[in-house]
Design a protein around this ligand. Structure first.
Ligand code: HEM
Length: 530
């Protein structure tokens, strides 16, 4: 076959180029008509003044890096600066793409609820999670997500999360891990955060697999753990889970360059995490193994067994359970971490919360239940206030699935709708939304649980668990676990105090948000020494 001449290749390339140009012109003409028909105006542009948008994106990235290197706060000093003049803005990213950033309740409500079908997680986010979660509730859109959500819907009801046996055991292990008190009644100064991560890993694995990985016991009193094979498998799982979470964090931070955060250690960790989970999947699918396990575990319910009545697809069962573990473990530990940070900083709140707890849950009284935790008003107000100032998912995004609009943010008064083409990312920050003084009042930055008893908070102003059809599935589970620990801890201890220096409320941000300096505290046992 005769080779193509250079002229022929050039001709075809030129043809393709012309086609692309005409295609783009028609597309932008149609988009302009769409915008006009919907009365849209452009949002405030904070991209920068360089002629090539990618330079503006790089400039913004360097500014962010500078803030981080100088000990600044990425959300407040970096992302927050975008909103100095408007609550919805347009900015250029370091890869040259344009995105919309917003802290406006009406726009967030549109994305998450009223125009739900126009916004998805987007391919990038799905790819970021894919190596570990495959196709799961957390890493899917459209009909795949609908399938996952319907699979889970019956599993997070009141009865399942009211089964507190494992929570009680894990709470006692947490208290034991603090060690003895001295003659004045104080425990030693402890770094509490790792103990909270152990607590949530243990309760989450008990809920998912019907069996806790016992990380608290293994980490704090290994001598009491007698099965060496079980111990080493659980330790490996914990180490792999930490490593995989770190890679996931880099994949999310890397945005479209997520694929750079990959490699053999990550893939090996994922392989082992999957194998560990598959062992439990195998157990629920194999009737003989199921019977044997039922004889050795006391847990009445486990999520995996319940899911196995709906599907017997091993890969699906594995991916979905791992998604729940990733969604639920660090977030709940973060909520508890921030709770104890706040209690150490505000002794008056500690005393008030303890009084409410002792009134509703006198030590030695009836078991703690879901309903009783919900009915303890000051406990709920306290948790809300922690979630308001320290939402565990501080920044999130959605990508448009087709040309659409956001209701506000356009034009000089920012009250006109904004037009968005297909595939446009909209980033929103509930962290900044929760701190807006025009919405929450001049004391928005103060930690004041009492505000929750002073009137109704508009629904789309407080979104720690997101909203709309993709609202957090584990909200009640997380609040129950956190409430339970607070009750048991405040029954046992009458005081908490921060120990060591450092900036107590500095945040670490990865997949979730946690106290970056840890939670270094000591507790005073109720009733004094020994
Ligand atoms: C304080 C603790 C928690 C917080 C603040 C939290 C927050 C969130 C947020 C903001 C989302 C929305 C993410 C998005 O749409 O991009 C979400 C989704 C989700 N959460 Fe939670 N979460 C917590 C605990 C849990 C727990 C304990 C579980 C499970 C046991 C869980 C399971 C899920 C699942 C499965 C989704 C995905 C729902 C879907 O896409 O349909 N979460 N969570």
């Amino acid at each position: 076959m005769a080779a193509f001449s250079l002229a022929q290749v050039g001709f075809v390339a030129l043809g393709l180029l012309l086609f692309k140009i005409v295609y783009e012109i028609i597309k932008s003409y149609n988009f302009a008509r769409f915008a006009k028909a919907n009365g849209c105006e452009k949002p405030h542009n904070v991209s920068g003044s360089w002629p090539f948008s990618i330079i503006n994106g790089w400039q913004r990235l360097f500014r962010f890096m500078d803030i981080v290197n100088n000990g600044g706060d990425v959300i407040e000093d970096g992302f927050g600066r975008l909103f100095e003049h408007a609550n919805t803005v347009q900015a250029t990213q370091f890869d040259g793409s344009v995105e919309i950033d917003t802290i406006e309740p009406a726009n967030i409500q549109a994305m998450l609820a009223t125009q739900f079908k126009d916004f998805g997680m987007g391919k990038m986010r799905i790819n970021q999670f894919y190596p570990i979660l495959g196709n799961s509730i957390f890493s899917s859109d459209g009909s795949d997500w609908e399938h996952s959500r319907s699979l889970f819907r019956p599993q997070f009801n009141r009865e399942q999360i009211n089964d507190m046996e494992e929570t009680e055991q894990a709470a006692q292990q947490l208290i034991n891990a603090l060690g003895p008190t001295d003659s004045t009644g104080w425990t030693k100064g402890t770094e509490l955060l790792p103990l909270l991560y152990n607590f949530t890993l243990d309760t989450a694995t008990a809920f998912l697999f019907g069996e806790s990985v016992n990380s608290q016991a293994i980490n704090t009193s290994p001598q009491h753990h007698t099965n060496p094979q079980e111990t080493s498998q659980a330790k490996q799982f914990m180490a792999d889970f930490e490593l995989a979470s770190e890679y996931m964090m880099h994949r999310i931070r890397g945005q479209s360059l997520y694929w750079l955060a990959d490699g053999l250690p990550f893939r090996r960790a994922v392989r082992r995490i999957r194998a560990f989970t598959e062992h439990f999947v195998q157990r629920v699918l194999d009737p003989a193994a199921r019977e044997k396990a039922a004889a050795t575990t006391s847990k009445k319910y486990n999520l995996l067994a319940a899911l196995a009545t709906e599907t017997q697809d091993r890969t699906e069962l594995r991916n979905q359970t791992l998604a729940i573990l990733i969604a639920g473990r660090d977030t709940t530990a973060g909520l508890l971490g921030w709770s104890f940070e706040r209690l150490a900083l505000h002794p008056d709140v500690f005393d008030k919360l303890r009084a409410a707890i002792l009134r509703d849950f006198p030590p030695g009284g009836e078991p703690i239940t879901f309903a009783k935790l919900k009915a303890c008003r000051y406990l709920q107000h306290f948790l809300n206030e922690v979630l308001r100032l320290h939402p565990n998912v501080p920044i999130n995004n959605r990508t448009t699935t087709r040309p659409t609009t956001l209701p506000v943010g356009g034009g000089p008064t920012q009250t006109s709708p904004i037009a968005l083409p297909a595939n446009r990312t909209v980033t929103f920050s509930v962290y900044l939304l929760h701190r807006r003084t025009d919405l929450w009042g001049p004391d928005a930055l103060d930690f004041r649980p009492e505000r929750w008893g002073e009137g109704k908070i508009p629904a789309w102003q407080f979104l720690p668990f997101s909203g709309g059809p993709r609202i957090c599935l584990g909200q009640q589970f997380a609040l129950t676990e956190a409430g339970y620990v607070l009750v048991r801890m405040l029954q046992r201890f009458e005081g908490v105090e921060g120990v060591g220096g450092g900036e107590r409320l500095r945040k670490g941000i990865g997949l979730t948000m946690w106290p970056a300096e840890g939670v270094r505290v000591r507790f005073r046992r109720a009733g004094g020494g020994e």
